[in-house]
Write a protein that binds this ligand. Structure first.
Ligand code: ZN
Length: 174
């Protein structure tokens, strides 16, 4: 009769599933090959799988993967940061920036919405009298290419599940 004891090598590797805590290194490039973001030289990014912590197109592809897996994932805007919406781009009079010495392209401000919230906007154009601000996410409308290496997979703690995010290196520190 066969023993029910397993040798170490037979212990199944934990695959990424709902409520896994996953850490991974990544490099994000656009379709022109320019690097937009990378975890190189930093802690790997940690997230709670199924918690909507990362963009859906990437989360979906990580399901079932294990530590040491390397993968390349291409995410279309709809499953990334969304399409760039024209209504999020506005031309406003320069007087709206009173108190700012010099408004320049690339500067970021917080715009008040009619609902009373605040949206981060980026200056995309400046004329003598007007400033164009874009409230889209900087990665909206872009196809994103991720190079990923999974460095850790573990079960989430009860506290992490309650908070909906990962604690510790690469996650929330509080
Ligand atoms: Zn927390």
């Amino acid at each position: 009769m066969r023993s029910h004891l397993r040798t170490r090598a037979e212990v199944p590797t934990m695959a990424i599933t709902e409520n896994s805590v996953v850490a991974f290194h990544y490099t994000l490039t656009d379709d022109q090959g320019a690097t937009l973001d990378s975890s190189a030289g930093k802690d790997p990014l940690a997230y709670l799988h199924g918690g909507g912590n990362i963009i859906p197109g990437l989360e979906k592809e990580l399901a079932g993967k294990v530590v040491g897996d390397k993968l390349q994932v291409t995410v279309a805007p709809a499953e990334g940061y969304g399409e760039s919406l024209p209504e999020m781009i506005q031309e406003v009079p320069k007087e709206a920036f009173q108190g700012v010495e010099s408004v320049e392209v690339g500067m970021q401000f917080e715009a008040q919405t009619e609902q009373g919230g605040a949206v981060p906007v980026t200056v995309t154009a400046v004329t003598e009298t007007t400033v164009t601000v874009d409230g889209n996410h900087p990665l909206a409308g872009k196809t994103l290419n991720f190079d990923v290496e999974i460095t850790e997979v573990r079960e989430a703690s009860a506290e992490e599940l309650e908070h909906g995010h990962v604690h510790g290196p690469g996650g929330h520190q509080h």
